[in-house]
Design a protein around this ligand. Structure first.
Ligand code: GLP
Length: 260
């Protein structure tokens, strides 16, 4: 069986440059490439390196199509915490990717279930994902496919895990005292808090990509990556499902990759 290929770079900058070089090369080989793209702290350096490559070497993004992995439900695209805003800030403003070729679920869609169907249909209509670039949560989540009793194959609306929410919104989490779960607080019960639901590609949508690159840095990702690479395939660690794909590269910095 073909295992995920692991590349370990010395540090975050080297990892970011290496991932960007792989994406840039993929665009040059296939100018009509369909990409799935992540958000989070990890890919910021990759996007900066891609913008730099575009400026210095003229990589043409005019026929590329992108689909983001996820977006918060109920959040406007111009909200500073939206992934649409993140992408505009870190990548879209710096490359010649036409607006009509950039896709994120619309956080304000009037009919969320219709938006789910529409997003999956748009990926199909584009011919499927050629290359899915992924980050990973410290709990193994991909997109917002959180650990649990089951995973969902297609694009869907997910509830964000408590620890993911606290990690992604430390400024909001500080307002909720420990031990207050389920009790009304300044930010309400977990279910009432903002940013608790998101559109996400499903694990099946991701696994149908022709190639996958997962990037991860830092010691906090080391244990979950090792389990994803060597442990059982389990819904308790969504990243472990990458073992089922034939063309996966884990691109890590030394801190994340030492034991992967
Ligand atoms: C968010 C995103 C994930 C991303 C994760 C990791 O939760 N929904 O797609 O992989 O963050 O974030 P970071 O790179 O900041 O560790």
């Amino acid at each position: 069986m073909k295992r995920p290929h692991v590349i370990v770079e010395t540090n975050y900058d080297a990892m970011s440059r290496r991932v960007a070089a792989l994406i840039d090369a993929a665009i040059r080989v296939n100018p009509n490439i369909v990409l799935a793209l992540p958000t989070g702290g990890t890919p910021i350096g990759t996007y900066a390196a891609l913008v730099d490559l575009h400026r210095r070497t003229g990589t043409d993004w005019s026929r590329v199509t992108t689909f983001n992995l996820d977006e918060y439900l109920g959040v406007a695209p111009d909200h500073p915490e939206s992934y649409a805003h993140f992408m505009q800030q870190h990548l879209f403003s710096g490359v010649n990717l036409p607006p009509e070729r950039r896709h994120l679920p619309n956080g304000l869609a009037p009919d969320p279930q219709a938006e789910v169907a529409c997003y999956e249909a748009a990926i199909e209509a584009a011919g499927g994902l050629d290359l899915a670039v992924l980050g990973v949560g410290t709990n193994g989540h991909l997109g917002f496919n959180e650990p649990g009793d089951h995973l969902t194959a297609g694009t869907h609306i997910a509830t964000i895990a408590e620890d993911t929410w606290r990690r992604n919104f430390p400024h909001l989490a500080r307002e909720v005292r420990p031990g207050q779960h389920g009790q009304p607080g300044r930010s309400g019960t977990p279910a009432e808090r903002p940013f608790r639901q998101a559109y996400t590609m499903g694990i099946g949508t991701i696994l149908q990509a022709r190639a996958i690159i997962l990037l991860a840095g830092g010691t906090s990702k080391r244990a979950i990556l090792r389990a994803a690479h060597d442990g059982p395939v389990t819904t308790r660690n969504p990243a472990s499902f990458l073992q089922l794909h034939r063309n996966v590269t884990l691109l890590l910095d030394r801190e994340a990759g030492e034991e992967a």
